[in-house]
Write a protein that binds this ligand. Structure first.
Ligand code: HEM
Length: 137
């Protein structure tokens, strides 16, 4: 769908951004893990977009940008086995499933398995109010 703006009664997409704290010496490892990621998020119902954003200026955090058809779709994916498998190397198990977004940040203490490349993660939630792409008008 190209042109969207907020109208009552129309469900808007939600954006979930996971901000990762990554020690400089772990950046390459993190990027490699994402490069080799399970890729299962693409199959999740309601999944719309994913980007891994490497910080250049203004922040040292990597951002994992995801967009979903609805909050419910995101919650289902986070509770799914696919999420757990996609995060095997990221933490000592699926990330904490705070009901709402947010969950306290601060990395999952990794016990067992490969050490997580990220030492902290904070989940941000947004509603898409407006969006545009080339040629929407
Ligand atoms: C404890 C918190 C989290 C940490 C430290 C973390 C870190 C990582 C890392 C390192 C990977 C690469 C895969 C791997 O290493 O096996 C990954 C995959 C991914 N993460 Fe997270 N993550 C966390 C929670 C989340 C949350 C809440 C979201 C929601 C936006 C998210 C979105 C993604 C996506 C979309 C992928 C790719 C998975 C796939 O392709 O199926 N992560 N994460």
């Amino acid at each position: 769908m190209s042109h969207r703006s907020a109208h009552y009664g129309e469900e808007m997409s939600v954006v979930k951004i996971n901000a990762l704290t990554v020690p400089a010496e772990m950046r390459a490892t993190l990027e490699q893990r994402f490069a080799g990621r399970a890729g299962m998020v693409e199959q999740a119902d309601g999944f719309e977009w994913f980007e891994l954003l490497r910080p250049i200026e203004g922040t040292d955090s990597y951002l994992v940008y995801t967009r979903w058809r609805s909050e419910e779709d995101f919650q289902k994916w986070q509770a799914s086995q696919a999420f757990g498998e996609g995060h095997r190397g990221a933490a000592s198990g699926p990330a904490p499933q705070g009901g709402q977004h947010g969950g306290p940040s601060g990395g999952p203490g990794g016990h067992g398995g490969p050490a997580p490349a990220a030492t902290g993660a904070t989940l941000w939630s947004f509603e898409v109010v407006q969006s545009a792409s080339p040629g929407t008008n």
